[in-house]
Design a protein around this ligand. Structure first.
Ligand code: FPP
Length: 240
């Protein structure tokens, strides 16, 4: 039964607290990331169940490349393994799988698997699961500006449009083209910052900060977040 009212179309999550979850248990940080994948699965299932159409997850930022090489390798290996394991689940449950970010920085092997998962699930419509990998908001805006500038250089006849471009048209140069802006951004583990996430796209997102560490953020926590969202009054800068 879906008794929730006003379900957000797009829920986005900054998954945080894996390291602390592991430390609290005297485990390696990697153990927190492995347990975090279970939360990814739980929240994906919950999103399908509650009729959320887009679930996006900040899995690895451009800044995360600066973590110890061992942890970076462990995270990339975990992404690879999880994608291999979940493809059949995506196909069975109508989930379209999308990876967005600075793809050139990912290895050939991971990129080939991402392409395969994206192609095979492209026609699915129940839920779009977006994984932000090697992503940052400033990088996204900059790559959009460069793409736009390149287009002008290659097509000088379009130069007049340069000054008349509007926000909607500029948004189409961002890697999130075609994905609606997030209605709600959840950050776990009690941290209250955006950490260079969807800077442009979060202009009118509702924020929900949860003290729960990501590996403990499961269906019930996801449901509570949807409930909190349903009580928010969104005015988009206007008067109601
Ligand atoms: C933040 O916790 C978590 C990450 C940087 C990685 C999140 C990635 C996963 C859960 C794996 C995702 C897998 C798929 C398939 C999407 P932290 O390490 O910053 O924790 P801390 O702040 O407690 O140190």
């Amino acid at each position: 039964m879906n008794e929730l009212e006003n379900v957000p179309v797009h829920v986005s999550i900054i998954m945080d607290g894996n390291g602390r979850w592991a430390r609290e248990r005297g485990l390696e940080r990697a153990a927190g990331h492995i347990e975090g994948v279970e939360s990814v699965r739980a929240c994906t299932e919950a999103a399908v169940e509650y009729g959320v159409r887009y679930l996006s997850l900040y899995a690895f930022s451009e800044e995360n490349w600066g973590r110890p090489q061992e942890e970076v390798n462990a995270l990339m290996a975990l992404m690879f393994k999880s994608m291999m394991a979940e493809l059949s689940n995506f196909l069975e449950n109508g989930i379209r799988f999308v990876v967005l970010g600075h793809r050139e920085r990912l290895g050939d092997e991971l990129n080939a698997l991402i392409d395969d998962c994206m192609e095979k699930t492209a026609g699915n419509t129940t839920l779009t699961l977006v994984i932000f990998l090697s992503y940052s908001g400033k990088w996204d805006i900059l790559q959009a500006a460069k793409k736009y500038a390149r287009e002008i250089l290659e097509h000088p006849e379009k130069a007049d449009g340069l000054l008349s471009i509007d926000e909607e048209a500029f948004g189409r140069y961002l890697v999130t083209d075609g994905i609606p802006d997030p209605d709600m951004i959840i950050r776990t583990s009690g941290e209250m910052r955006l950490s260079n996430y969807l800077l442009w796209q979060s202009a009118y997102s509702e924020f929900l900060f949860s003290d729960v560490l990501w590996p403990d953020f499961r269906k019930e926590e996801f449901r509570s977040a949807l409930l909190a969202y349903s009580k928010r009054d969104r005015r988009y800068g206007k008067v109601k």
